[in-house]
Design a protein around this ligand. Structure first.
Ligand code: 2P0
Length: 324
């Protein structure tokens, strides 16, 4: 029996991925830029088992069913096809990020699964190839393969990979206002935005510009410019999502209260900027030295965790036992 275990961390995009140019290969409509965090890791073990007729997937100790299980099986099928194998696997995954709360559990989840499955099935992939593989599981997972800041390129299958970028020192204060499962998944909401939001074309063209500007701000080491671009890009994404039919609104009054507080911090001279993914939770970007001031300003509004740039994918191959 071949076993591999991998660990990956979530990432938060400063320039967001929201829309696909190809769903089958999971190619994004635009490039995106993110920071992989040093908190909330996912650890996943893949154990090949010749005696199984079907893959088994446990998430946080419980047998998973429905869409999450189907997505894992589809991903394993892709790895098996490349490895020329028909052997089924036991997959057990532990998430420390609240699942489905808009904090990118699918990013750390599919990054860890890509690393563990590739190793267990004997695929010898470099980092770029691993990011392309993880992309097939979940787009944002491509970026979680990479340590610290990553750009994930739009393009065809070969060119849509993630790679590291240099960026100024940054902290992120993760403000969790609600850790429950979101009502519409990112995948469904993304599709609905592309099909029905009149702002979708503007979202795509403005995001291409934002990515160029954000990469220039990274090169210049300009935290304030990068933060402003990130906040504007996030609010544009939410505007495009809200204009879908039927509408989808991820931000709640608690999220807006945090956005207001961040604006007040800026008025007080603290370089703080907000972003939010497909959920009500808000992440506040700042210089590492300002993280305590941001945390103090947000006290009482949300559960707060300060994150810094974190490690990329870590994989261990071995004969470790897996709890079924
Ligand atoms: C991002 N999000 O760039 C954006 C911002 C959420 C909001 O990537 O369909 O779960 O699996 O490729 O990666 C969430 O989308 O979507 C996401 P799929 P994914 O972080």
């Amino acid at each position: 029996m071949t076993v591999a275990t991998a660990r990956a961390h979530p990432n938060i995009a400063l320039v967001k991925y929201w829309g696909k140019r190809d769903a089958a290969q999971n190619l994004p409509a635009t490039g995106s830029l993110s920071m992989t965090l040093d908190v909330f890791p996912t650890t996943t073990t893949v154990a090949l088992d010749e005696t199984l007729d079907a893959d088994a997937f446990t998430l946080n100790g419980r047998a998973a069913s429905g869409v999450p299980r189907e997505r894992v099986i589809r991903f394993l099928d892709l790895v098996r096809e490349r490895a020329g194998s028909t052997t089924r696997a036991r997959v057990s995954s532990t998430n420390t990020v609240p699942s489905g709360a808009g904090l990118a559990s699918s990013a750390s989840g599919f990054a860890a699964l890509a690393g563990a499955a590739a190793a267990a099935y004997g695929l010898d992939l470099d980092q770029r190839a691993l990011t392309r593989l993880a992309r097939r599981g979940s787009g944002s997972a491509a970026r979680s393969i990479v340590a610290g800041f990553a750009v994930w390129h739009a393009g065809d299958d070969e060119h849509s990979f993630a790679e590291p970028v240099d960026a100024p020192a940054l902290a992120m204060v993760v403000a969790t206002v609600d850790a429950s499962e979101k009502p519409v998944s990112s995948r469904d909401a993304m599709r609905r935005t592309a099909l029905t939001s009149p702002y979708y074309p503007a979202w795509i063209s403005s995001t291409e510009q934002s990515l160029r500007a954000a990469l220039a701000a990274c090169r210049d080491g300009d935290v304030a410019r990068l933060g402003r671009i990130a906040e504007t890009n996030a609010l544009r994404m939410h505007a495009a999502i809200q204009a879908s039919d039927p509408p989808i609104r991820y931000l709640s009054p608690a999220s807006i209260a945090i956005l207001d507080r961040v604006e007040a911090l800026r008025a007080d001279g603290v370089g703080a900027f907000a972003t939010a993914d497909a959920g009500p939770n808000v992440v506040v970007l700042c210089r590492p030295g300002d993280a305590d001031a941001v945390r103090a300003a947000l006290a009482g509004l949300a559960e707060l965790i300060v994150a810094h740039p974190g490690p990329g994918l870590h994989v261990e191959l071995g004969a470790e036992a897996v709890t079924p």
